[in-house]
Design a protein around this ligand. Structure first.
Ligand code: NAP
Length: 333
């Protein structure tokens, strides 16, 4: 570790606020603790939860870095005591609980994965946050099976582009909503069987028509608000609905009768605060079941555009327009 610099450039967040609240700062290069690796970051993903953190609504969990950034890719440059599975020089991507917007970042060794063959470090940095989230919610929690109908809202979000491809790859019939005809075209290109422009079409009516009245077995929802009662209508009997965000609000007055009559399950989760062992288990499942699909080219990260680290504020401003398709990235070296 003696050849590591003492300080690095990172994006600080001295006070919550608009995109301009993100400012480059000098910080000490962190040293890995037990079970951790230190990664020289080549690229980091920008995710909507980072926007929530910047606004002051999603504080880092206890023990996590206050520097934003939940996913990185780069080279392993130091190993903490008992960090197994990696050697210096390995190229990895990793889910991290913070600290990604920086030249160096700590990761739990068990939440890191090898860069899939054929992917650049920039592409690999786009994988962890959305692949961990989609895997644990759609497959582990909701138990999506081949042949079932699956709906994801926000089909061109980072999460949506991942969910469409994974659900399709595992044999589901995929429905996706998005906010324009052009975004719907992207959803279909990624494998959606039915893409619904929610600004001109009623997703409940389209789903009822396309499923012969059966509805969808699994819904991945990041919108909430007015979508909650409509999801209950669009779901099939014994449908499973997983809530991963409430972009349209988390307070709603509604009639819950369909929850009972259709025997629905309505679940939710957040990834960041989950115990290390649970994240390690998700990483192991991804490595076994999804990494081969990425290496075969069946599933790929969808990148919108990338910004230099120092322009993290511009990356956040773009994300808030919702004009992007797929992932917004930061290039660090
Ligand atoms: N629970 C978890 O563990 C977890 C983990 C990661 C992410 N998330 C959540 O998942 C969601 C997607 O994350 P991401 O990083 O993939 O986001 P993203 O790429 O910024 O995509 C969000 C998309 O949602 C659509 N949208 C629909 N209703 C919206 C509304 N009321 N306000 C703003 N956008 C709306 C927009 O596209 P249209 O033009 O189609 O409307 C927008 O592009 C976020 O809410 C994030 O917080 C949750």
């Amino acid at each position: 570790m003696s050849n590591l610099p003492a300080s690095m450039t990172a994006i600080g967040l001295p006070t919550p606020g608009g995109p301009e609240a993100l400012v480059p700062e000098q910080r000490p290069v962190p040293r890995p603790g037990p079970g951790e690796i230190l990664v020289k970051v080549a690229a980091a993903g920008v995710n909507r939860p980072d926007v929530m953190q910047r606004k002051g609504f999603y504080p880092p969990p206890p023990g996590a870095s206050d520097i934003p950034g939940l996913e990185i890719a780069g080279e392993v440059v130091a190993l903490g005591e008992g960090a197994t599975g990696w050697t210096l020089g390995d190229k990895v991507c990793a889910l991290v609980s913070g600290g990604g917007y920086a030249e160096y970042c700590l990761a739990d060794a068990a939440s890191a994965l090898p860069v899939p063959a054929g992917l650049s470090l920039l592409e690999a940095a786009a994988l962890p946050e959305t692949f961990f989230t989609v895997w644990t919610n759609v497959f582990d929690l909701a138990g999506l099976k081949a042949g079932e109908n699956f709906l994801v809202h926000g089909g061109t979000s980072g999460i949506g582009t991942t969910a469409i491809q994974l659900a399709k790859a595992f044999g589901a019939r995929v429905f996706a909503t998005a906010g324009s005809a052009a975004k719907c075209d992207v959803c279909r290109d990624l494998g959606a069987d039915v893409a619904i422009d929610y600004k001109t079409e009623d997703f409940v009516a389209v789903i009822k028509e396309k499923t012969g009245g059966k509805g969808v077995n699994v819904i991945l929802d990041m919108v909430g608000g007015s979508y909650i009662p409509r999801n209950y209508e669009a779901a099939s009997p014994q449908g499973r609905i997983v809530q991963i965000a409430f972009m349209d609000g988390s307070k709603v007055q509604m009639d819950f009768i369909r929850l009972m009559l259709k025997r629905l399950s309505h679940m939710g989760s957040t990834l960041r605060s989950r115990p290390k062992a649970e994240k390690a288990a998700i990483a192991a499942s991804l490595r076994e079941k999804v990494w081969p699909l990425i290496e075969a080219g069946t599933v790929k990260p969808v990148l919108d555009r990338s910004f230099p680290l120092a322009q993290a504020s511009a990356a956040h401003a773009l994300m808030e327009t919702s004009a992007h398709i797929g992932k917004i990235m930061l290039k660090v070296d």
